[in-house]
Design a protein around this ligand. Structure first.
Ligand code: GDP
Length: 296
């Protein structure tokens, strides 16, 4: 669905690029198309409205109408506003606390939490020279604990054992205690996800948040999810004070919609992008670059 956005915007951009003069009615026509393309790509309506209003303000000012290269000027405005909607620049992790800094991973099952936990561990070891410990609070799926163990090993980080008969809160306390005693810099806590949002899961992760007092609470969301990503983001934002978003599976077909509205709905910056299944497939999210990719 979001690839439709990419294609549509690309086509529009080409049309405008070919024109010598841009009039007010050109701008209106183009914005109508952009609006439809964004809605088709499942970008939330308030986000679309806000986006169009900002582009319109600028486009109808002197920046486009009367400019020597109006097509390029309009493309430039759309590009800048796309980037601004997704959060300008690069938003790094906040680790400025007394160690161990705790990172809590939140999101639905299948979003990529466990994979991202290990990717992040590797990233922190290599880029930030941190001593990293991971732990799984997913006591409902024994395979999830084992999966985290395997990928943590690949990441070269330490893994704290947990078992399905334990309570998530007890696991969290024990891991934090171990992290303190062993001079761990960063403890990453993977949590249970469900296929759909449910109250028990939200209560559990809220309790974990209260216990662990994480410096980062990262909402992990699959970029391929479309409008569902928005609903999931809203539910997690209501339950937890999110500090950042990890948009996974950006190597898939979907390239735009989710990034635009998830950032707005979750009220937190997109900090990382998952770009492959591999352990090193994690990058700091770059809104400028992503805007370029959407525009094609
Ligand atoms: P969890 O249930 O949230 O812990 O999700 P997992 O970490 O088990 O990931 C679910 C699936 O998505 C796995 O097959 C991962 O390999 C895959 N996955 C996670 N992140 C990415 C990504 O950035 N790109 C791609 N292509 N696949 C990913």
């Amino acid at each position: 669905m979001a690839s439709a956005l990419t294609e549509k915007l690309s086509r529009l951009v080409k049309q405008v690029r070919g024109q010598a003069r841009i009039t007010e009615s050109n701008v209106q026509d183009m914005l109508r198309e952009v609006r439809m393309a964004l809605l088709e790509a499942d970008v939330a309506l308030p986000v679309v409205r806000d986006f169009i209003a900002r582009v319109k303000d600028k486009a109808l000012g002197q920046e486009v109408v009367g400019s020597l290269t109006p097509g390029q000027a309009l493309v430039g405005i759309i590009h800048r506003e796309l980037a601004a909607t997704m959060g300008e620049g690069v938003a790094d992790l906040n680790l400025a606390v007394q160690p161990p800094a705790v990172i809590l991973m939140a999101g639905l099952q299948g979003a990529g939490k466990t994979t991202t936990t290990a990717k992040l561990a590797k990233w922190l070891i290599e880029r930030r020279k941190k001593k990293v410990l991971t732990v799984s609070g997913d006591v409902y799926r024994p395979a999830a604990i084992e999966q985290l163990r395997t990928v943590t090993k690949q990441a070269g980080a330490e893994w704290f054992p947990s078992t399905p008969d334990q309570k998530p809160l007890d696991i969290a306390r024990a891991a934090l205690d171990y992290a303190r005693k062993h001079y761990v810099d960063v403890l990453i806590v993977d949590t249970a996800g469900r296929l759909a949002i449910d109250e028990a899961m939200m209560q559990e992760i809220r309790a974990l948040h209260a216990e662990l007092k994480p410096v980062e609470t990262l909402f992990v969301v699959d970029a391929m999810q479309g409008q569902d990503a928005v609903n999931t983001a809203r539910a997690f934002k209501e339950a937890l004070p999110l500090t950042g978003i990890v948009l996974t599976k950006l190597d898939g077909d979907s390239r735009g919609g989710a990034a635009l509205s998830v950032r707005a709905v979750a009220g937190a910056p997109i900090k990382f992008a998952g770009v492959s299944e591999k352990i090193d497939g994690l990058e700091l999210f770059d809104a400028e670059r992503h805007a370029g990719r959407i525009l094609g």
